[in-house]
Write a protein that binds this ligand. Sequence first.
Ligand code: FMN
Length: 257
Amino acid sequence: MSNDTVGRTLLVAFLLCIVCSVFVSAAAVGLRDQQKANQAAEIKRNILTAAGYADQLAAGEPINTLFARIDARLVDLETGEYVEQDPATYNARKAAKDSKLGLKIPAELDQAGIKRRARLSPVYLVKKEDAISRIILPVHGKGLWSTMYGFIALNADTQTVASLSFYEHGETPGLGGEIDNPRWRASWVGKTWADEAGTPIIDVVKGQVNPADPKAGSQIDGLSGATLTANGVEYTMRYWAGEHGFGPYLAKIRGQK
Ligand SMILES: Cc1cc2nc3c(=O)[nH]c(=O)nc-3n(C[C@H](O)[C@H](O)[C@H](O)COP(=O)(O)O)c2cc1C
């Protein structure tokens, strides 16, 4: 009997599809844990970079060894108080969706465009001789195409920026994706996030900052061709710096000095 029939060709194609789909599904399921572990390591790597450990990471020091030096805590954002719960097992994204663990953000306060947030948030403290030297805060908010997730590190004054990084977003490479550009991220360092009263004042301008402008200390150059993403970053920062974000927590830290 001839093998060269339409029926046999279709049968071979069908069987090939089945075999390939089994391989792809098995790989997806089998690698899921590995992917989760890689994502968790990437987040830790971002926190460590924000903490000022980039050189140690580059030198190959293990992520978990370095991470043990950071004091991770959970904060009740409304009261600004620490909560005695393990931040390592806490998932703020899941909590935001939960009716008890999360809350709806009133539209007039929702500058970040995220609709809901978790009641508790992790914070990461870098300490030198028991005094806080950096406070690393997770932030997220809408860009043009996506929700951008990152970390802002503040100096001990709770007002000036030590670093900014995003570990997840879907903005266009070369346009909104320039939020990852090391030069743009470096332009945030030393800028004033919030004034002495804790009011958010960071301002991503359209075009370039005029160094002679009295407000230059809280202004960041815009992203050419990506003003919508740049505005999203500014609004995200303003939400998380404000009263509905980390404002009460940062006020508590200032009060402790
Ligand atoms: C395919 C495509 C992708 C774009 N991606 C982005 C983006 O990621 N972020 C952004 O702000 N603007 C993006 N834009 C441009 C926006 O539509 C808008 O023109 C721009 O944000 C305005 O910024 P400008 O005033 O600096 O030109 C994109 C435009 C196109 C056509």
